[in-house]
Design a protein around this ligand. Structure first.
Ligand SMILES: Nc1ncnc2c1ncn2[C@@H]1O[C@H](COP(=O)(O)OP(=O)(O)OP(=O)(O)O)[C@@H](O)[C@H]1O
Length: 260
């Protein structure tokens, strides 16, 4: 069986169809994510980015097509537990348990999946909290005591708890000020480089796309209409892509990248 360490692409989606009743969200959608890349996923509001994420994670059943994570079909028996073991997810706002401290939030997946003793679990959680760029004292705080940026870092620490091969991030910089957002981008790139992660980021943040994404997948017309580095997408003829990258905000992000 294929798995982490094999040549299978981290994520391979083929011919995906999803729907809610009669409403079709994705049709004949193909997407292959390369090992070690940071892939940005963009699309208009309601284009199906979150539904795609949930379907890849096995939280929503596809109506057609196949999804493989590290070579394993997510509809296979026991695949959910396997995906949970090899994939880290940071949902919007960090999605932390509000009644637990940061330390306990990061320990939770370790206790559930690793079978390690509690002292070792605690040590690993402390390491992940530091890895996510939080100060040592942050572990004792509850999510409500953290700033938005710290909460997102705590979400990253928890997502990294089980040493995943793939990190999924849903709008990680939403709600952060520009300095916090670019520090967060830098964290993601550093973690990718240091840990060899493959990163899948849903984002509306053009600066993130220019700053750290190796390629960007564009969702439109119920499918992925392009997957390419931003520089190539700037040359696209697709009307939505042109409006997105060549509109005033796209140009500003492009110019900011040049000035960096
Ligand atoms: N549980 C659901 N039941 C019915 N329709 C749904 C459900 N979840 C999502 N949808 C519909 O699926 C479509 C895609 O939604 P999705 O949340 O994936 O969009 P998105 O691209 O993530 O949007 P945004 O950028 O605004 O977050 C929308 O039309 C939405 O109304």
């Amino acid at each position: 069986m294929s798995g982490p360490g094999t040549d299978a692409p981290p994520i391979r989606v083929r011919g995906l169809r999803t729907a809610f009743g009669p409403k079709i969200i994705h049709e004949d959608l193909d997407l292959e994510v390369r090992s070690g890349e940071i892939l940005g996923v963009v699309g208009g509001s309601g284009s199906g980015k979150s539904v795609l994420l949930n379907t890849i994670l096995g939280l929503k059943q596809p109506d057609g097509g196949t999804i493989e994570i590290l070579g394993r079909n997510i509809e296979d028996e026991d695949a959910q537990a396997w995906v949970g073991r090899h994939v880290g997810v940071m949902f919007q706002q960090g999605a932390l348990f509000s009644f637990l401290t940061v330390q306990e939030n990061v320990e939770a997946p370790l206790i559930e999946h690793s079978g390690l003793s509690l002292p070792i679990t605690a040590d690993i959680a402390r390491l992940k909290i530091r890895l996510a760029g939080l100060p040592p004292g942050a572990g004792a705080l509850r999510p409500s005591e953290l700033s938005g940026g710290m909460r997102k870092r705590a979400g990253v620490a928890r997502a990294l708890a089980l040493d995943p091969a793939i990190l999924f991030l849903d709008e990680p910089t939403a709600g952060l000020d520009p300095i916090g957002a670019s520090e967060f981008d830098e964290l993601i790139r550093t973690l990718r480089d240091a840990l060899g992660l493959t990163v899948f980021i849903i984002t509306h943040d053009l600066d993130t796309l220019y700053a750290i994404c190796d390629r960007v997948a564009v969702l439109a017309d119920r499918t992925v209409v392009a997957v390419a580095p931003v520089a190539d997408l700037e040359q696209s003829d697709h009307p939505w892509i042109r409006r997105y990258f060549l509109g005033p905000r796209g140009r500003a992000a492009h110019d900011a990248k040049k000035d960096r």
